[in-house]
Write a protein that binds this ligand. Structure first.
Ligand code: 2HA
Ligand code: ZN
Length: 266
C-alpha cells in the first residue's frame, strides 16, 4: 500500500516532474545537478498510516519560521532526468519538526534511503524568508543554466549592476517579467547555511539569485512560473554571447527603454 496524497499534492508532484524534464532538456541538469522544493501546506496528516514511525534527522540550525511545514524536496545524488519519470523514487516529503530543529521523512512511510538535496539549508532559508514575508510563493528551483553561469566567469562582467544591464538589454521581456532583476552572490561554498542566508537575503530583493561560477535559485507560486523567470534570463544571456561571437558588442536596449518597460504591469 502506498501513502495516499491529496489531489493538490499529486498535481504539484506532476508539475515538478514536468519541470525536471525541461531542466534536463535545457542542459541545465548534468548528472545530479539542481534541486527543487515545494511547500505543501495542504498535506493532510490523514495520508500517514496509524503505525507511522517518524524518522528524525537534525538540521544544521534551527528553522523556526518553517516549523511544522511539509515540503516535497528532490533527493540528493539523484538525476532530474530520472525524477521526471519517477518523482517519488527521486524525491521525498519531509515535515519540519515543531521546534524547527530537524525534520521527519513523511513519504515512503518514513522508510527510505532517500535524503533531501545537499542544498536543503538554502531551500529552508528561502522558504523561511517567504514565510516571514507572507508571500504566496511556495516553489524554489536551483539549476545550472549554462549562459548565466558563463557571465560570472568573465571578470569584467561579474558584477550585479553590469549583469542586470546586459540581461535587461538583450530582450524587452526580461525587464517586464523580472523587474527586480538578478541578485549576484559572490562565490561561497555550496551546501552551507552561509550561502543559504545570502541567497534568501538576495531573493527578498530580486526574482532570481545567481551564484557566482555555479548556478541560480528562483522562487515562484508554481513550478512553471519559477522555471519561466530562469528561462527568460538565460535566453538574454544566450543572445548576449551569440552577438559577441560575431566579434561585435551587442547594442542592448537603452536605459530609458528599460525604464519604460519596467512600468508595464502584467
Ligand atoms: O543538487 O546542484 O548545488 C546538486 C547541486 C548542488
Ligand atoms: Zn548546484
Amino acid at each position: 500500500m502506498a501513502v495516499q496524497f491529496s489531489d493538490a499534492v499529486k498535481k504539484t508532484i506532476e508539475e515538478v516532474s514536468e519541470i525536471a524534464g525541461y531542466l534536463w532538456q535545457k542542459g541545465w541538469a548534468e548528472r545530479n545537478a539542481g534541486n527543487m522544493s515545494v511547500c505543501l501546506n495542504d498535506l493532510p496528516s490523514s495520508c500517514l498510516p496509524d503505525d507511522y514511525q517518524p524518522f528524525f534527522i537534525s538540521l544544521p540550525e534551527i528553522f523556526p519560521d518553517v516549523a511544522g511545514m511539509c515540503f516535497y524536496v528532490t533527493a540528493t545524488n539523484k538525476r532530474m532526468r530520472d525524477l521526471t519519470r519517477q518523482p517519488m523514487k527521486n524525491a521525498l516529503i519531509i515535515r519540519i519538526t515543531d521546534d524547527g530543529a530537524g525534520y521527519n521523512i513523511v513519504s515512503h512511510f518514513g522508510k527510505t534511503d532517500l535524503r533531501p538535496t545537499s542544498e536543503l539549508a538554502t531551500h529552508l532559508e528561502i522558504h523561511s524568508m517567504i514565510t516571514r514575508r507572507r508571500s504566496s510563493e511556495r516553489v524554489v528551483i536551483h539549476t545550472h543554466p549554462t549562459e548565466l553561469i558563463a557571465l560570472t566567469q568573465l571578470s569584467g562582467l561579474c558584477d550585479e549592476r553590469v549583469i542586470n544591464k546586459i540581461l535587461w538589454g538583450m530582450h524587452p521581456e526580461a525587464k517586464v517579467f523580472i523587474p527586480a532583476g538578478i541578485g549576484l552572490i559572490p562565490y561561497i561554498l555550496p551546501g552551507t547555511t552561509m550561502i543559504g542566508k545570502a541567497t534568501a537575503d538576495s531573493l527578498a530583493e530580486h526574482e532570481v539569485a545567481l551564484w557566482e561560477k555555479h548556478g541560480v535559485f528562483a522562487t515562484g507560486r508554481n513550478p512553471n512560473e519559477t522555471f519561466d523567470v530562469i528561462d527568460i534570463l538565460n535566453k538574454s544571456a544566450s543572445i548576449y554571447f551569440l552577438c559577441r561571437s560575431t566579434g561585435q558588442e551587442p547594442e542592448g536596449l537603452t536605459d530609458s527603454q528599460i525604464e519604460e518597460l519596467g512600468k508595464i504591469k502584467f
